[in-house]
Design a protein around this ligand. Structure first.
Ligand code: CA2
Length: 153
């Protein structure tokens, strides 16, 4: 039997607080509940997901760097590092596997500083503003990119 495709799902800083603060922006589901929905969809799509969260930029950079050894694509909500991290962008370029950037809120409808993403230019694409559905749409997009062999360059 063919080996299942593996996709790495990364949550950036403060997303461990989901469901506990600012529900008007980020919804009422906790991170564990969102992860469950991602895992359920992965099952339906016939792929395996590994899901991690970190508040540390360095840890996220290392995970993106190492991803190609075990995963065929990355779905990432870089959270605030979206707007600040050249290091994450450089790691994404080096990884050379499709990376899909997602956001729960629509970053283009919020403060000006959220409109710029350092990752968007090296991602396959950006999905923003669909609430927690953004993760599920992102997973679908990552599977499509993985299947079509598209690189994030
Ligand atoms: O909309 C998104 O998904 C963001 O990536 C979320 C980030 C924000 O900095 C980006 O501009 C857009 C913030 C994540 C913080 O998550 C919290 C969740 C609950 C309570 C407080 C923060």
């Amino acid at each position: 039997m063919a080996k299942k495709k593996r996709i790495l799902v990364l949550h950036g800083p403060n997303l461990n607080l989901l469901g506990k603060r600012q529900p008007e922006i980020y919804g009422r589901l906790t991170l564990a509940e969102i992860n469950r929905k991602i895992t359920d969809l992965a099952g339906e799509l016939g792929v395996e997901v590994e899901i991690r969260q970190s508040n540390s930029e360095g840890e996220l950079v290392s995970w993106v760097q190492e991803a190609p050894k075990r995963f065929g694509a990355i779905v990432i909500n870089p959270a605030a590092y979206t707007h600040t991290s050249i290091a994450l962008r450089d790691a994404a370029i080096a990884a050379e596997i499709p990376l899909v950037e997602i956001h729960i809120s629509n970053i283009h409808k919020r403060e000006d500083f959220r409109r710029h993403s350092f990752l968007a230019g090296v991602a396959v694409g950006q999905i923003t503003g669909f609430g927690i559905q953004s993760y599920l749409l992102g997973l679908r997009a990552a599977v499509e990119s993985y299947n079509s062999g598209e690189l994030n360059l």
